[in-house]
Design a protein around this ligand. Structure first.
Ligand SMILES: *[C@@H]1O[C@H](CO)[C@@H](O)[C@H](O)[C@H]1NC(C)=O
Ligand SMILES: *[C@@H]1O[C@H](CO)[C@@H](O)[C@H](O)[C@H]1NC(C)=O
Ligand SMILES: *[C@@H]1O[C@H](CO)[C@@H](O)[C@H](O)[C@H]1NC(C)=O
Ligand SMILES: *[C@@H]1O[C@H](CO)[C@@H](O)[C@H](O)[C@H]1NC(C)=O
Length: 461
């Protein structure tokens, strides 16, 4: 409502000045209006009402519904798959009983979401109803006030707006006959990820089959002289916690399992600032991981062994609240997933507010590290097995069967575009992949799969 200035102008027009000189010295002015005074109070109350209306309806409320819808749809698809798996394995054994329990849990989640949506929609309906009433009374009052617009300022302005709108529409129509603009080239020089080939390497580590959870890889921004170094973290306590990172000077020494150098993060395992969960990465000579029993990003400096950290938003899930998984398994304590790409380090996590869906944040390297830009996605974290980043695009995988993992989802941080229709398959050597990360330097994917270390090449178009 920017008409308060206008109304004052309008009021000025309806004032008529009568002046008369009474004597040679004194002049007297008599101020008369031809109309009753402009009802400023009424005008102010309309303005207040309009402000309240704007406050009570915000676009985020409507986003809330659409996020819920996407969440429900995603889970329904998931449930459908779970049921068809159950049908296939319905031979009365224990595994079926487990699946039925999982389906029950999924169903309960869907019902809960539906309830939430029901509540949200109902509250929106109430808002719309009360807003419609208020709007009608505001319209009526404004019409009354318009009677004061003797010089037709408001009328003319409205007419101008209508003409302007027509002009815009006309311009749109003109533009529509032109071919659509070509999409601007992506920052990613190598193009789009279209396939994953391999495995290139497939081996047990020096730990043998002792530790099914862990991660390995190569630092994408290595310290000088460390270009060929490989890092390895195995979760040595309960397959959940670790307190050191192991380095090998080359791939061959790693595969043979000789010449390991360990850097100790903490002397106890677990303890404050030790590692929790497998989705660790090394970048710029530092290890990024989920700090023990805390919704925070920890960074361990490999050269001076200092540890710094930064908290994630309130209500971020940790210690097995929002883990990755699939029908047959939950990848425990995978609440936080770290990723590296051409631009640096990222962290994937989830909060109660985002209904267990994936949230992505930039991790800024400074000391201490901090969080940069953040994106909400509609990907339900538990329906994915892993995530990784390539060129600012988040990819997620799911479990197809024991031999195949599928990259099915992507979220482009540049355009905000979300896709659920990717079908890039990864050939597995073991049933589960506990961690998966992309290295922008050699463009390889590094996977830790049931105690085996596996690498893959990526193909770009
Ligand atoms: C939505 O709420 C209404 C009113 O409380 C209730 O009758 C209906 O069963 C609810 N629907 C769902 C799907 O929860
Ligand atoms: C992806 O790579 C695999 C293995 O090389 C190959 O069999 C498959 O045809 C490729 N898929 C596409 C879509 O290029
Ligand atoms: C790690 O420590 C070294 C030596 O103190 C320092 O030069 C380097 O910048 C640190 N790295 C990070 C990522 O903080
Ligand atoms: C993500 O969703 C949460 C909860 O709805 C909201 O508070 C937050 O502002 C959103 N963040 C972004 C970057 O959209």
């Amino acid at each position: 409502m920017k008409s308060s200035r206008l109304s004052r102008q309008t009021a000025a027009f309806i004032l008529v000045l009568f002046s008369q000189c009474v004597s040679g010295k004194d002049c007297m002015c008599e101020l008369n209006t031809l109309q009753p005074p402009f009802p400023m109070e009424k005008f102010n109350s309309i303005q207040t009402a309009a402000g309240q209306c704007t406050k009570s309806i915000t676009s985020t409320q409507f986003e809330e519904v659409s996020v819920l819808m996407v969440g429900v749809q995603e889970r329904l698809e998931h449930l459908e798959k779970s049921v068809s798996v159950l049908e296939k394995e319905d031979d009365g054994d224990l595994y079926s009983a487990v699946s039925v329990r999982i389906i029950e849990l999924e169903l309960a989640e869907i019902l809960e979401l539906m309830g939430k949506m029901n509540k949200t929609i109902r509250s929106h309906m109430q808002i719309s109803q009360s807003t419609a009433t208020k709007l009608q009374s505001m319209t009526d009052s404004m019409q009354e006030l318009e009677a004061f617009d003797l010089s037709h300022v408001v009328n003319k302005q409205r007419e101008n707006q209508r003409i302007k709108q027509e002009l815009v529409e006309c311009q749109h129509e003109l533009q529509a006959t032109h071919p659509p603009p070509t999409p601007r080239p992506r920052h990613c020089p190598q193009g789009q990820l279209v396939n994953v080939t391999g495995p290139r390497t497939y081996s047990l580590t020096s730990y043998g089959t002792s530790y099914p959870y862990g991660a390995w890889g190569k630092d994408p921004k290595p310290a000088p002289g460390k270009e060929d170094t490989y890092w390895l973290v195995a979760l040595t306590t309960s397959s959940v916690y670790a307190n050191y990172v192991r380095h090998y000077s080359s791939l061959s020494t790693m595969l043979v399992g000789v010449g390991a150098e360990d850097s100790t993060i903490s002397y106890a395992n677990p303890t404050t600032n030790s590692i929790e969960g497998p989705n660790v990465v090394q970048y710029g000579g530092a290890l990024y991981y989920n700090c023990y029993n805390s919704p925070s990003v920890c960074r361990f400096n490999i050269s001076d062994h200092s540890i710094t950290n930064t908290p994630l938003p309130e209500n971020t899930g940790y210690s097995n609240k929002f883990s990755f998984g699939h029908l047959g398994a939950l990848y425990h304590h995978t609440d936080l997933d770290f990723a590296t790409d051409e631009s640096g380090v990222w962290v994937v996590y989830s909060t109660i507010e985002n209904f267990g869906n994936v949230i992505l944040s930039v991790v800024i390297e400074g000391s201490p590290p901090s969080l940069g830009r953040t994106w909400n996605t509609s990907l339900y974290k538990r329906s994915a097995t892993n995530t990784f980043m390539v060129c600012g695009v988040l990819y997620a995988t799911r479990f197809l069967d024991k031999q195949t993992e599928e990259i099915f989802y992507s979220f482009d941080t540049e355009t905000g575009e979300e896709r659920y229709d990717l079908k890039i398959r990864i050939k597995k050597m073991q049933t589960n992949i506990q961690s998966l990360n992309y290295n922008p330097r050699d463009r390889m994917l590094y996977a830790y799969s049931d105690a085996y270390i596996v690498s893959y090449s990526t193909v770009f178009q």
